[in-house]
Design a protein around this ligand. Sequence first.
Ligand code: NDP
Length: 258
Amino acid sequence: MAAWKGSSVLITGGNRGLGLEMVRQFLESPNPPDQVFAGCRDPEGPRAKCLKDLSEKHSERLFIVQLDITDPVSIKEAAKQVESKLNNRGLNLLINNAAINLHRTLDETDSDDMMRCYKTNVVGPMLMAKEFLPCLKMAAQSSDLQGMCCRKAAVINLSTLVASIEKCPETFGMAPMYPYRTSKAALNMLTQCLSEDFRKEEILCNAIHPGWVKTDMGGKEAPLDVVDSVGGVFQVLSALTEKNAGQCLDWEGKIIPW
Ligand code: NDP
């Protein structure tokens, strides 16, 4: 079990699916982070009900932050709000979890579908990394930990097996999904770029495939539930070091080829 005590984490799309389960598992771990920031585009809306219930139970360490990752103004505001609560200790872990999937074959896909997926799944995580970089740098500089790890400073991007170009001949038939696959393949390149860029600051950047999971996005027929997926993802996160910088790993720690 990872020890997150003393750290701060931010998860985008923290109101349902894998994001909500990450928030829950962070808070309910024996050594929870000092601060858990849950991004949510509509904190007052019905889809935020479970997150709000959690925040009543964990009011001392869970902070709900209004955050629409397709809106640069919302991202800037969220960065200011989070920074004001960090007490100059920086943000240790940013998890870019929020995303959309459009189940579209080539026939069904138009340019608007492609642009919507790109904007949410690639531009959103890019702007998040850019706006939160000062907080991540502060965390890296103020940490006593040697090397690179998620307890010190890291950006984790939720990717997917179906973004793997090498695996496409195996995975395409069951899930054509042109807008989603191509946007997540671009997210993988973003992960590599950030990893190279941030290495000198000792900020880790990785992509993680959570498995095929029962959520609104994954559907009811998915083999994994959120508890097992997030449990696995957290074990992988807690073991990451500079040796893994830039890799895409699945929830069991296996490397996913680009
Ligand atoms: P869900 O569709 O269940 O949840 C998506 C989350 O993202 C929601 O909280 C949603 O908020 C949020 N979101 C979407 N757009 C925005 C936006 N513009 N701004 C802020 N938040 C937004 O997805 P999952 O939990 O299944 O997936 C989480 C991550 O894991 C994704 O990156 C996905 O690609 C990846 N993944 C999932 C797999 C699966 O099988 N489930 C497999 C492989 C990867 P709202 O409620 O406001 O819509």
